[in-house]
Design a protein around this ligand. Structure first.
Ligand code: PEP
Ligand code: MG
Length: 755
């Protein structure tokens, strides 16, 4: 048995060691020469016989990249699989090993080309990036001696600096690392569709990994103060946020921020960062080092609860780094690529709107549900979006090429030529179709037998004015006024609303704009109006219900609309009406505002949405009161079939093309005709050509859809003969089938209808 020396192995001060490394880095030389000098410096700092650096290459192979002490001929030759030998074990577990007698370790593997059998003591630490080992740093000595925990700490600090240098391309070619971590191979991730479409662009991370350029401290005292100041400033900003946002005690947002505040006082966490500063790192490098260690720990954990806590700490580290580096959360717009796909763990609507929507081509979220605010806005922006894409922020690097196929719920990372070609073909055929639709722009939406269909556009935040102004578009059939409310931190005042609505009139001269009064609440929560916890928010305190309970809010919106119209026609639509009496009450509020108005609209048309089934048994009294109605199938469908519109696992349970839905629409159309009231259809169903074909077939003559659906709808309308279709649909609606989709699709094929 070997005698283990108790003598402490001399290590020059960590600070000195780090400074020597910094000096090497400052010299102009190639990556290999630099790495060779770094291992020299470390070996001498540890007075050890060997210092080696292994880096990960493609296929999970660890290659000896530089060594002081092992045979020079083994550099770039000795290779180990992750999990193989001591070095492989460290990379696999992302944990350090400190052994006095390395050869007695079960994982020890003798590599004759290195000549390492003569070395006994071994200390190896992982070089971490985002919690994953991208290499291993090893120090070995002939003497069987135990390295102290302090020395282990120094090794970890040096490894952290190596990791930063490696990832900034200063040690080895960056492509090499990307290749090793799977970074150059096509990877397919999947998620849940929040907004449909396809896009190809480079990735931008919402909260990008912050790049550190100073690692080695010149003055640890300064670094400690810098760190403490940043921590205080972070705590103050959390405090300030809670105060200024006026969050109540039981507000979920407040609870999250308070948890974060508690974490900023976590002694263990702070002590770890202070230790790193003492060992010679700058404040930011210290935060990064502890963050890396947490990430490595997280990948080994099974408990979701602890994982979540660590994730919080990691988040907090990012905030702290931002303060230390003085970086804003959202990248400078000028620094963003011309076209990009945004990747985030989670994203608030306001954050999304901070990005230039002309450049933003898609959105990938790790969290997110179809009803989340951000999803509503992504749809309003007409960009493809996926939610529930696991580990998206860890796997996608800024600048990676990404193909987002929201139609099929897939993300292709760094697509290979083959994948790109296959998807390009899809994107191209999509573009070709778009070009065909473009040709229809100047043509009216008239059927083959001369029936004109009114086409309108659904809008909210961004209005594609070019689309609304095109030939055959009557105007905006649904202007969702709540979207601007959702992105504001406080209730928009009358002037702000007036300016917004007046802007719409000015941008769209001569076009009809149907302003829907706010439909906040439910899935469209606004931060400044708390409904309290609701078990079923979609059926809760929302829309006109809020307006009638808080008449001041609704009156303000009416006032803003009346003032904005100023001599022009005003069309207002009330959402979520369950009883005609609610319409009457809202109308009274409107009349009160009208009476006070100095400059009245030229005409006022007041209508309502058909979204709640109870109204279907009040069709006569309803039609007597309104100037127009619009069918909102998104809500109507979920209440008719008792099927949450946001529940992905239920999405295919009921078809919009069910005889039930069509009978309802048919009945509404008949009643409206009898009362000479205009019926339009503004739910999502109308944007699919086959569904719209059925709607036209049962008598709907006005559709309102997102701008991108106009082309396909025009193509369908211009290829159909309504008189024939009507009879067939009358028959289909008598069927007891859950869906008539197949029948109708066959009819369209047989009659050359473009759907
Ligand atoms: C609807 O319910 O169909 C509708 C158009 O309104 P929203 O999607 O805004 O609830
Ligand atoms: Mg609705």
């Amino acid at each position: 048995m070997q005698r283990i020396s108790k003598a402490i192995v001399h290590t020059s001060s960590p600070l000195l060691l780090l400074r020597q490394i910094r000096d090497v880095m400052a010299q102009a030389m190639g990556a290999q020469a630099r790495l060779d000098q770094v291992v020299e410096v470390i070996a001498s700092g540890f007075t050890s016989d060997v210092c080696s650096v292994y880096l990960l290459r493609a296929g999970d192979i660890l290659e000896l990249f530089a060594s002081k002490g092992l045979k020079a001929s083994s550099v770039h030759k000795t290779r180990l699989q992750v999990g193989q030998g001591l070095v492989g074990e460290i990379a696999a577990t992302a944990e350090a090993l400190n052994l006095a007698d390395a050869q007695s370790h079960p994982k020890f593997e003798y590599r004759p080309e290195t000549g390492e059998e003569i070395y006994s003591s071994f200390i190896g630490v992982p070089v971490l990036q985002s919690g994953k080992a991208i290499g291993v740093l090893v120090v070995q000595s002939k003497e069987a001696k135990q390295y102290s925990p302090d020395q282990m700490e120094v090794m970890q600090t040096v490894a952290m600096v190596l990791s930063e240098l490696a990832i900034s391309g200063q040690l080895v070619d960056l492509q090499e690392i990307k290749q090793a971590t799977g970074g150059l191979m096509t990877q397919q991730l999947s998620g849940m569709r929040l907004s449909s479409g396809m896009a190809k662009a480079v990735a931008v991370l919402h909260n990008p990994q912050l790049v550190i350029t100073r690692y080695v401290a010149s003055d640890p005292n300064y670094e400690r103060e810098h760190f403490e100041k940043a921590l205080r400033s972070l705590q103050e900003s959390f405090d300030h946020y809670i105060q200024s946002a006026g969050l109540s005690d039981d507000d979920e947002q407040r609870q999250i921020i308070e948890t974060y505040l508690l974490f900023t006082q976590d002694r263990g966490w702070i002590a770890r960062m202070n230790e790193a500063i003492t060992s010679g790192l700058t404040a930011e490098a210290a935060v990064k080092k502890v963050q890396e260690e947490l990430q490595a720990k997280m990948s080994q954990l099974a408990s979701p609860y602890i994982k979540e806590r660590i994730q919080d700490l990691e988040d907090l580290s990012n905030h702290l780094l931002q303060v230390l580096l003085g970086k804003p959360v959202v990248a400078n717009p000028q620094d963003l690529p011309q076209e990009f796909i945004l990747v985030a763990r989670t994203l608030g609507p306001a954050d999304l709107l901070d990005y230039d929507h002309k450049r933003l081509k898609g959105l990938i979220l790790e969290e997110g549900s179809t009803t989340a605010h951000t999803a509503v806005i992504a749809r309003a922006m007409d960009i493809p979006a996926l939610g529930k894409v696991e580990k998206a922020t860890a796997l996608i690097q800024p600048g990676d090429m990404v193909i987002l196929d929201a139609e099929n719920g897939n993300v292709y990372l760094r697509p290979s030529d083959q994948v790109e070609q296959a998807l390009d073909a899809q994107i191209r055929s999509h573009a070709q179709r778009e070009a065909e639709y473009e040709k229809l722009r100047s043509l009216p939406a008239v059927t083959k037998d001369g029936v004109r269909i009114s086409l309108n556009i659904n809008a909210g935040l961004f209005v594609d004015t070019q689309s609304v102004l095109q030939e055959g578009i009557d105007g905006i059939g649904l202007y969702r006024t709540e979207l601007p409310y959702m992105t504001s931190d406080y209730f928009p005042d009358v002037e702000m609303q007036r300016a917004l609505y007046a802007g719409m009139y000015e941008q769209l001269p001569g076009k009809r704009i149907i302003f829907r009064s706010f439909d906040i609440g439910g899935d469209k929560k606004v931060p400044y109006l708390q409904a309290g916890e609701e078990e079923n928010p979609a059926m809760g305190w929302r829309a006109t219900r809020i307006g009638l309970d808080r008449p001041g809010i609704l009156r303000k919106q009416f006032r803003a609309l009346i003032e904005a119209a100023a001599g022009r026609p005003l069309h207002i639509m009330l959402p979520f009406i369950a009883q005609v009496s609610e319409f009457d009450m809202a109308k009274r509020l409107f009349d009160q505002e009208m009476a006070l108005a100095e400059h009245k609209p030229s005409v006022v048309n007041m209508g309502m949405m058909i979204e709640i089934p109870s109204i279907l048994w009040q069709l006569d009294p309803m039609m007597e009161r309104v100037d127009f109605v619009s069918i909102g199938s998104n809500d109507l469908m979920q209440f008719l079939f008792a099927c949450d519109r946001g529940a992905v696992h239920m999405a295919d349970s009921y078809d919009t093309l069910s005889p039930v839905m069509l009978k309802v629409v048919h009945e509404v159309v008949d009643k409206a005709q009898a009362h000479q009231v205009e019926v339009s259809f503004c739910g999502e169903m109308a944007r699919k050509p086959l569904d719209a074909l059925a709607l036209i077939g049962v008598g709907v003559r006005s559709l309102s859809v997102s701008a991108s659906s106009i082309g396909p709808l025009k193509a369908m309308i211009r290829s159909v003969t309504i008189s024939e279709l009507r009879t067939y649909l009358d028959y289909l609606t008598t069927l007891s089938e859950p869906s008539i989709r197949q029948w109708l699709a066959a009819y369209a094929r047989d009659h050359g209808i473009i759907v």
